[in-house]
Design a protein around this ligand. Structure first.
Ligand code: GNR
Ligand code: NI
Length: 170
C-alpha cells in the first residue's frame, strides 16, 4: 500500500484525458488500493487516477459518514443524467483551500466495472451523484474551477502558484 502525491492545479497534467482500462488485473487492483489509501489520508470523498498522474479511467469514492464504504469505478459511463440541476459547494484535493458553487445533475445512472472486473450499475443522488460527476470530469481532464468565471479562475491560479512556490521555499 502507498500514499501517492496528488497533483495541484494549475499543473497541466490535470488536463490529460484518461484512457480506458483494458483489463482489471493485479496492477489495477493495486492502483485502486493505493488510491483509496491516498483518498482516506487526504480526507477526501473521492479521487480520480488523473490526480495522482495516472491517466487511466479509474475512480475511488467513499461518501459514507463512517468512511467505511469504499467504492471503485473503472471505465465509468453515464447512462442517464437528470435534467434537473442543483448548485452545490465543491472542493477538490487538487485545488486546496478553494470552495465554490458548481451546478450538476441532481441524479445520475452510471455503469462501471468494480475492482474485481464485475460490471455494475449505480443509481446515484445527493453527494454520491455530485462526487461521481466531479471525478468523471477529472478523467476528461476537467477541474471544477473551469466552471467558474475566468476572473475567479485566474485569482485561484495566482493564489495556488504563490502557495506552491512558498511551499517549495519552506
Ligand atoms: O473531497 C472532496 N470533496 C468534495 C466536495 C464537494 C464536491 C466534490 C468533492 S470531491 C473532493 C475530492 C476530490 O478532489 N476528488 O477529485
Ligand atoms: Ni477533485
Amino acid at each position: 500500500m502507498a500514499i501517492l502525491p496528488i497533483l495541484c492545479y494549475p499543473n497541466p497534467r490535470l488536463h490529460k484525458v484518461a484512457k480506458p482500462v483494458a483489463q482489471v488485473d493485479e496492477r489495477i487492483q493495486t492502483l485502486v488500493k493505493d488510491m483509496l489509501e491516498t483518498m482516506y489520508d487526504a480526507q477526501g470523498i473521492g479521487l480520480a487516477a488523473t490526480q495522482i498522474d495516472v491517466h487511466e479511467r479509474v475512480i475511488v469514492i467513499d461518501v459514507s459518514e463512517k468512511r467505511n464504504e469504499p467504492m471503485a469505478l473503472i471505465n465509468p459511463e453515464i447512462l442517464w443524467a437528470s435534467e434537473g440541476k442543483q448548485l452545490g459547494e465543491e472542493g477538490c484535493l487538487s485545488v486546496p483551500c478553494i470552495y465554490d458553487g458548481v451546478e450538476r445533475s441532481i441524479a445520475v445512472k452510471v455503469k462501471a466495472l468494480d475492482e474485481n472486473g464485475n460490471s455494475r450499475e449505480i443509481d446515484a443522488e445527493g453527494m454520491l451523484a455530485i462526487c461521481i460527476q466531479h471525478e468523471m470530469d477529472h478523467l476528461l481532464g476537467k477541474v471544477f474551477v473551469e466552471y467558474l468565471s475566468p476572473l475567479k479562475r485566474n485569482r485561484i491560479k495566482t493564489k495556488l502558484v504563490k502557495a506552491q512556490k512558498q511551499a517549495l521555499r519552506a
